[in-house]
Design a protein around this ligand. Structure first.
Ligand SMILES: *Cc1c(COP(=O)(O)O)cnc(C)c1O
Length: 367
């Protein structure tokens, strides 16, 4: 079986041992070291490490001081954490549809969705390719919106040379299967020193100095043990990204021209970091997406559906007064959710694995 994802953290051993031997295992110098290295990678002045990508999103909304009823506009086609974080931070949420070409929020749909209570724009850089920030940033400025980038899948991605997480408050996940990992963890990036300061205080029970509390805070801290796992990951991020890009290119070359198979596009000005390589199985294909997925699994090619439904389309979100959402308003996201399938693209794939994936798909589609 060629797995859809492989976690490789073996080279963290000396760093983890260093932490274990030091006795400083909660947030300490290793977290600081990780933050400094991460800020460089993200091209920002400040990086604040927290204990998950979800926490990064919650904290980012919390430091914006929204009032009850204030709204966040985000993408309906995302991991559910995006939605859960907004609700956890106490904000209301409204969805704007995506574009099928990059699976990301559509600036025209955002423009139509902005209302008097909208305070935050939260684009998601899905699968490792950035949303259309060139159009979204002027919209945010025009309507006075703060920008929080859900960059969980997009560490190292750029648009016009500017990295994900450097446009607004950037929120990254370091979960085990993300492009780089600390097992669990997250980071918030910003060039705003005042926001970075508030985030650091919020992260540690609202405490500025010992027992001096400035706000009702949380325990959002990352541990030095986790940061130690992330340090070699950050060091080899360029190689990780290059391997993903090489695999994606080989897949796109091998899979070109098959009926009913839409390949992912890299839009102008972007570097794609390929957290997922996601094709669409359209009505021209000889079988449904789910049949295709099952056939590939049967033949040893791992795959996954990210995501089978739009984020709000579950009973637990219906009738929530904080959610303004209707499937009719997000037709592209609703359709794409039935068509997408992600194939292995991770750095551990060999050339022969890529050949096997291509040959198996050509065989299954009868080409
Ligand atoms: C992984 C992910 C998150 C949440 O990150 P965790 O570290 O798992 O909390 C949020 N948004 C998106 C798009 C993600 O893929």
């Amino acid at each position: 079986m060629i797995p859809i994802t492989v976690v490789d953290v073996a080279d963290a051993e000396p760093y983890v041992l260093e932490v274990l031997r030091s006795g400083v295992i909660a947030q300490g110098p290793m977290v600081k070291r990780f933050e400094d290295a991460f800020a460089k990678v993200a091209g920002v002045e400040h990086a604040v490490a927290v204990n998950s990508g979800t926490t990064a999103l919650v904290a980012s909304i919390e430091v914006l001081d929204l009032q009850p009823g204030d709204e966040v506009i985000t993408s309906p086609f995302t991991f559910v954490a995006t939605l859960n974080a907004i609700l956890e931070a106490g904000a209301s949420v409204r969805f704007a549809d995506i574009r099928a070409e990059d699976f990301n929020i559509d600036p025209d749909a955002v423009s139509a969705a902005v209302g008097p209570r909208t305070k935050v724009l939260m684009p998601v850089h899905l699968y490792g390719q950035m949303a259309d920030m060139t159009k979204l940033m002027p919209l945010a400025t025009q309507h006075g919106l703060a920008v929080v980038e859900d960059s969980a899948q997009a560490v190292g991605a750029t648009l016009d040379g500017k990295p994900a997480g450097s446009y607004g408050l950037g929120c990254f996940s370091l979960y085990a299967t993300k492009n780089i990992t600390t097992a669990e963890g997250g980071v918030i990036t910003t060039n705003d020193a005042a926001l970075a300061d508030r985030l650091r205080v919020l992260r540690n029970q609202g405490m500025r100095a010992r027992y001096q509390y400035e706000m009702a805070g949380h325990n959002y801290r990352l541990t030095d043990l986790h940061a130690a796992v992330g340090i070699p990951q950050l060091e080899k991020l360029p190689q990780i990204t290059e391997a993903r890009q090489r695999n994606a290119e080989a897949l796109s070359k091998g899979l070109a021209g098959l009926p009913g198979l839409e390949l992912p596009a890299v839009l102008p000005g972007r570097t794609h970091v390929w957290h997922q390589y996601t094709v669409r199985i359209t009505e021209d294909a000889p079988m449904s997406r789910d049949e295709f997925s099952a056939k590939l699994l049967e033949k040893g090619v791992g795959n996954g559906v990210y995501y089978p439904k739009v984020a709000f389309d579950y009973d637990c979100y219906r009738d929530n007064p904080k959610i303004t959402a209707s499937l009719a308003d997000v037709p592209v996201a609703a359709k794409v959710a039935q068509e997408v399938l992600s194939l292995p693209v991770h750095p551990k794939l060999t050339e022969s694995d890529v050949d096997t994936i291509v040959e198996t798909i050509r065989e299954v589609l009868g080409a």
